[in-house]
Design a protein around this ligand. Structure first.
Ligand code: ZN
Length: 245
């Protein structure tokens, strides 16, 4: 393990390693303090580059990121060679020579693997992407490489929980009309969204068995080991990372 790089937890996937970073272990300072992995949030580029190097060294493989835009678009990596930086919100591959990384700060980092075909994926699911079907699109793209939805193992990582993610009533109504499980109430009694419950519903609708989904992650707003956009709009991003192992 790289000295100083503190990983929240590694999840059990057969044939793959899935992990989530925290704020700890990096060289960023100020409001991005720690292991900020995002270039678009106003942090020093040299610090972000160093943080990404530290993470890649810990993982032992080059990291592949995407330009995330809250879309439902999936980038399936080329079979071999360099991976161009693409705009998308999920990455899919069966390659063994790279690790897939998705950045978040309250949105859901969703890591998926199929132990039989060896196909892995990482998806960024915020409210918009989730409602637009990013997870179903990810499962579909994995299927094109030979994965079976019934075999998938999925970890939904640290993200804002349904008791904390307050939204206007009209937004809850809209979301519930498209993905019923998202409707929730904050711990103080106002309209909220439970994106994790929505993610489980979306994955099950795509054929993933409920028992293959681990959604028991810390809440990013409540747990200061993670960056949270709701806690502070000027903040960094942590990552969910998956690679074949
Ligand atoms: Zn919470």
């Amino acid at each position: 393990m790289t000295p100083g790089l503190d990983l929240a937890r590694a999840s059990r996937h057969r044939g793959a390693r899935a992990l989530f970073t925290t704020v700890r272990g990096g060289v960023s300072t100020g409001e991005h303090a720690g292991l900020n992995l995002a270039r678009h949030v106003g942090d020093e580029p040299a610090a972000v580059a160093r943080n990404r190097e530290l993470l890649a060294a810990h993982v032992g493989l080059p990291l592949v990121f995407v330009e995330q835009v809250h879309s439902a678009d999936v980038h399936t990596l080329p079979v071999t060679g360099d991976v161009p930086l693409r705009t998308a919100d999920a990455l899919v591959t069966d390659r063994t020579d790279v690790a897939l990384a998705i950045m978040v700060a309250d949105c859901l980092p969703v890591l998926l693997s199929d132990p039989i075909s060896g196909v892995i994926a990482a998806a960024h699911a915020g409210r918009r992407g989730l409602l637009d079907g990013i997870l179903q699109q990810t499962v579909h793209a994995m299927g094109e490489l030979g994965a079976q939805p019934a075999d998938l193992e999925v970890t939904i990582g640290p993200s804002i929980c349904g008791h904390c993610y307050e939204v206007p009533a009209a937004m809850r109504e809209d979301a519930a009309g498209r993905l019923g499980a998202t409707a929730a109430t904050t711990s103080w009694g106002t309209p909220a969204l439970d994106l994790r419950a929505g993610a489980v519903q979306a994955l099950v609708s795509a054929g993933v068995p409920g028992e293959g989904i681990d959604a028991a992650a810390p809440c990013t707003l409540e747990d200061e080991r993670f960056y949270s956009y709701r806690r502070s709009s000027r903040t960094g991003r942590f990552a969910g990372v998956i690679h074949r192992a």
